[in-house]
Ligand binder design. Structure first.
Ligand code: SAH
Length: 220
């Protein structure tokens, strides 16, 4: 059985609108981001058994020891990414469920997304097809190196935390481009924003966060 795209009851449009209100209360202000959250059916990106909890502001397990990010965190990172500059090409490291990818696809021209766990990526690709999100290109690989063949990017968003900054990602940014990335060991991570200014990078700490670790290599 597959779940309906629009949803009913706990997965209905009303549930998505309630989530939007929670995000507003948590200081998410970008209206385009809020309408993307109102339109993307998050219940499709979690296991059917968890669908009724899909519109709570929480992260949920998606198998393989990974989680779908908390809606607040998805909205916050997307809001920061869209600020100021005209953002057209975005690289996401860590496709996971594909929910963040789907939100981005509604807001920018093209999304490139890299995932190291094959079944997660295959599952996410199915959802993109089902939802007719045609501006997403995915790759099965270790995204710690970025996706150099498709660079440069206006923004890069990393949804798993390395202990130190992977500098190859910085090289894949256009001038003025942004990298949004959680860095640090479990229990002591912070979300960073790096912005490229010529050969220099401006660094800003945004907030304390909790992400799964960025791992090396691929798994079948
Ligand atoms: N944005 C996703 C977050 C999933 S959790 C969502 O909301 O569903 C982070 C994801 O990053 C996991 O799927 C994990 O497998 C992936 N990941 C971890 N290290 C990676 C790496 N080096 N390259 C690509 N993906 C990686």
């Amino acid at each position: 059985m597959s779940l309906s795209i629009t949803g009913v009851g706990m997965t209905s449009q009303r549930a998505r609108d309630r989530l939007v209100n929670i995000l507003r209360e948590n200081n998410i202000k970008n209206e385009a981001v809020l309408s993307a959250v109102a339109s993307v059916p998050r219940h499709l990106f979690v296991d059917e058994a968890l669908a009724s909890r899909a519109y709570e502001n929480i992260s949920l397990p998606i198998g393989h020891g990974q989680t779908i990010s908390q809606p607040y965190m998805v909205a916050r990172m997307t809001e920061v990414l869209l600020e100021g500059e005209n953002v057209k090409r975005v690289l996401e490291v860590g496709t996971g469920s594909g929910y963040q990818t789907a939100i981005l696809s509604k807001l920018v021209f093209s999304v490139f997304s890299v995932e190291r766990i094959k079944p997660l990526l295959e599952n996410a690709r199915d959802k993109f097809r089902q939802l007719k999100l045609n501006n997403i290109l995915t790759r099965y690989s270790d995204g710690g190196w970025g996706w150099p063949e498709k660079a440069l990017y206006d923004a890069i968003i990393v949804t798993a935390a390395p202990e130190t900054l992977p500098t190859s990602l910085l090289e894949q940014l256009v001038d003025g481009g942004k990298l949004i990335i959680p860095i640090g060991k479990k229990g002591e991570q912070e979300l960073f924003l790096f912005q490229r200014l010529g050969d220099k990078f401006h660094k800003k700490v945004l907030e304390k966060v909790s992400f799964v670790p960025l791992l090396k290599g691929r798994t079948e």
